[in-house]
Design a protein around this ligand. Structure first.
Ligand code: AMP
Length: 566
């Protein structure tokens, strides 16, 4: 007997979930399903997304619908449009081989008239965002007096999103309800208040401990200087070549800028934030879901509707203000029985907050040193080699070329061949990371070393570079030298003459540091402006820079945005 059957799930629904590949109930399903089928009791279930909570409430809910009554019998409230659509789809999938219940999803951000028509055509289960439902109620497009069961899905998120008033309005109006099943990842005061006001004889179901983050999730953190945050992000991503990750930013601007920087740096990534039109948001989420995007850089609000199972890493590009938000973020990985890693990049100022989260979530964090450039290269190399084993070969198509290939490569022995094939990809990372500085914060007095090259081991040969920032950007020579030293480990003695102009500059730098500085500078912006580095003639520039000055003067007049100071 299938264990869902043992929980009391009827045969016709069973067929649906078997078709979806559900074999064993998840812990939350095991606990909720029998209780929900038992009678008209109120339930509070502490469950994160990814634990199987939709089926935990969806299956008993479907089973208790009277197929012959045409009235709205069940109401599911969700925080976002995406979740509404997802839940409605899930219900339809579970009941694929059962009675075709009428499920209608109503949510904001879509035309209300079509939703009114669907409701008029008859709905037995309504899945709604609270705001839109309240709107429909005030327009008298829906009545809740026949509703028997109400599910509050992600109750804490709905309250976070400001739906408190709408939830109160709806719960007060559904006066004939027999039970409320409340699902929440965390139990803040507001959720408690809802329970105390509207629920009786509550049965609380906690799987795996209250406020505890999923045990399948490993929590790691890295500490770096504020200036090195982006470089640290890159290292973490590069040191995990198979990453399928969600990167959380605190603000829309940060998500947008970080995504722009990552795209420029060649990462298969995009941004998801509230300034995007709904259609664009849907498209980005779809690309990520289909794994056509490897990294999604999102704000907490915009990522709410995203439901993806096999995210390998969540990266907190800075900690959120609220501990609950961390729980939600981390809960995006380690879902459906898989393991995942939640990574946090913090500056020393915020390190203390890690212990606060640990205490509150009873989750153990481990501090890791940021990978050195060589460690990144090593991981990439392992990945390349593993990839060779998995590489699909089109024998038929490549066969005609084999004699020629063999002839071309016949002077190389096996070792040399392997070395060269591996180098095709490896060199790209090596070029970037060969002279990359150690960006871990070192104890005072320890000046650290460089990866691959010794600090101060200059070639003695100077090289002149152009940089498209100057006095108008607040640059001064002393600060610039400090900046190069702090970020790229360039000793003061390896920096030669600096010629600072209004909108651009030239500087001499020891050739040993040219690559790392050229690449590394691209990770920074000044006043939202992308840095451009170029080779310059070794002599002092003539007045040809005037054109540039004029350009920037014009640009400056248009209004200079205040951006991240480097
Ligand atoms: P949820 O927490 O409802 O968003 O579910 C997370 C994911 O787990 C969804 O993709 C479900 O399809 C899947 N899932 C839920 N229950 C089971 C189960 N018993 N066995 C396998 N997968 C499941």
């Amino acid at each position: 007997m299938n264990s869902f059957q043992q929980l009391g799930i009827a045969d016709d629904l069973l067929q649906g979930i078997v078709a979806l590949g559900f074999e064993t109930p998840t812990p939350i399903q095991e606990a909720v399903i029998p209780a929900a089928l038992e009678g008209d009791i109120d339930l509070i279930a502490l469950a994160q997304t990814g634990t199987g909570k939709t089926a935990a409430f969806g299956l008993p809910l479907l089973q208790r619908i009277n197929p012959s009554a045409r009235t709205v019998q069940a109401l599911i409230m969700c925080p976002t449009r995406e979740l509404c659509v997802q839940v409605a789809n899930d219900l339809e999938n579970y009941s694929k081989f059962a009675h075709q219940y009428k499920v209608v999803a109503v949510y904001g951000g879509a035309g209300i008239e079509g939703q009114i028509r669907q409701l008029k055509a008859g709905a037995q289960i309504v899945v709604a965002t609270p705001g839109r439902l309240m709107d429909l109620m005030t327009r008298k497009a829906i009545r809740l007096d026949s509703v028997e069961r109400i599910v509050l899905d992600e109750a804490d998120e709905m309250l976070n999103m400001g739906f408190k008033e709408a939830i109160d309005y709806i719960l007060a109006a559904a006066e004939n309800r027999e039970s409320i099943w409340l699902f929440s990842a965390t139990m803040p005061e507001e959720v408690r208040r809802i329970a105390a006001t509207y629920m009786d004889n509550v049965r609380e179901i906690t799987v795996g401990g209250r406020n505890q983050t999923n045990e399948n999730i490993e929590h790691r953190y890295y500490v770096c200087r504020a200036d090195d945050r982006y470089a640290a992000l890159k290292r973490v991503v590069d040191a995990n070549p198979g990453i399928y990750g969600l990167i959380f930013c605190r603000t829309k601007i940060e998500a947008k800028e970080t995504a722009e920087q990552m795209i420029r740096d060649g990462y298969n990534s995009d941004a998801l934030h509230g300034d995007l039109a709904q259609g664009d948001r849907d498209r980005v989420m779809q690309r990520f879901r289909e794994k056509n995007l490897q990294l999604l850089i999102a704000t907490d609000v915009a990522a709410r509707g995203l439901d993806v199972n096999d995210i390998t890493h969540v990266i907190n590009y800075g900690l959120p203000d609220e501990i609950e938000v961390y729980t939600h973020r981390a809960g995006r990985t380690g879902r459906a029985g898989k393991t995942g890693v939640s990574i946090t990049i913090v500056t020393p100022k915020f390190e203390e907050r890690i212990s606060q989260i640990e205490r509150k979530n009873k989750a153990k964090f481990t501090k890791h040193p940021l990978p050195t450039g060589m460690e990144v290269c090593e991981q990439q190399l392992y990945n390349i080699i593993r990839g060779i084993h998995e590489q699909e070969v089109h024998y038929q198509e490549i066969e005609p070329f084999m004699p020629w290939i063999m002839e071309e490569l016949k002077d190389l022995d096996k070792d040399e061949l392997i070395r060269r094939f591996a180098s095709v990809e490896f060199n790209r990372f090596l070029a970037y990371y060969r002279n990359a500085p150690d960006i871990n914060i070192r104890p005072k007095g320890d000046r650290g070393g460089r990866d691959g090259a010794q600090r101060g081991a200059g070639s003695g040969q100077m090289h002149r570079l152009f940089l498209n920032v100057g006095e108008i950007d607040g640059i001064n020579k002393k600060e610039f030298i400090k900046f190069l030293s702090r970020n790229f480990g360039v000793p003061g003695g390896s920096i030669g003459q600096i010629d600072l102009n209004k909108a651009y500059m030239h500087f001499d730098i020891d050739s040993a540091y040219v690559n790392v500085v050229r690449q590394g500078l691209l990770d920074f912006t000044i006043n939202n402006r992308r840095l451009r580095v170029d080779d310059a003639a070794p002599q002092k520039e003539k007045k040809s820079g005037r054109k540039d000055d004029a350009f920037y003067e014009k640009w400056e007049k248009k209004g200079k945005k205040s951006g991240k100071k480097w």
